[in-house]
Design a protein around this ligand. Structure first.
Ligand code: 4NP
Length: 171
């Protein structure tokens, strides 16, 4: 299957497993994981997907998502779960799509020892946005509430794009 979606080309079987990646795995990528799971549950297709998240650093290993991120999502009716972990080499084999929050995360993923041979599946989360023209999900960690709202808005846009244009194309 070959499909063209804005500026990316996906050439593989329809993705069924998706890993979201940010720096710490406590704000953006767990928010993406929980948003996609929530939207997929609403559409009745959550059981067809493997959805996970990870960080490029190990600093927050074992921690749950940041309380500010949880509160922002929970206000939107999205429950949060998860425990931070670092990306490992086997993730590149296991997942069909590996989506980075920003260009720095993308560069780190491309340089990871496990990435060789899996370059096409490493993309940006915002490649799947259809409303926003943003290229990155900005790091909200050192900022205020508006940063967390922006993250939640972008992730909802991207996750709808994933479900609309990629995950369900052959069903
Ligand atoms: P995340 O946000 O990458 O979206 O999880 C951050 C979390 C922690 C740090 C930076 C960004 N930190 O510097 O510890």
């Amino acid at each position: 299957m070959t499909m063209i979606l804005t500026n990316i080309i996906v050439m593989q079987a329809t993705p069924r497993s998706i890993l979201f990646v940010c720096l710490g795995n406590i704000c953006r990528s767990p928010a993406a994981e929980n948003t996609l799971r929530h939207l997929a549950t609403e559409r009745g297709c959550a059981d067809q997907l493997v959805i996970d998240s990870a960080g490029t650093i190990n600093y927050h290993k074992g921690k749950g998502p940041d309380p500010r991120m949880c509160e922002t999502l929970e206000t939107r009716g999205i429950p949060t779960q998860g425990s931070a972990r670092q990306v490992i080499a086997s993730d590149f084999e296991k997942f069909d799509l590996i989506l980075a929050a920003d260009h720095s995360n993308l560069d780190d993923l491309r340089r990871h020892p496990g990435a060789k041979g899996h370059e096409l599946k490493i993309q940006l989360i915002c490649d799947y946005c259809t409303d926003s023209s943003a290229q990155e999900v900005p790091d909200p960690y050192y900022g205020g509430q508006e940063g967390f709202e922006k993250v939640a808005d972008l992730l909802e846009d991207a996750c709808r794009g994933i479900l609309d244009n990629v995950v369900l194309t052959d069903q």
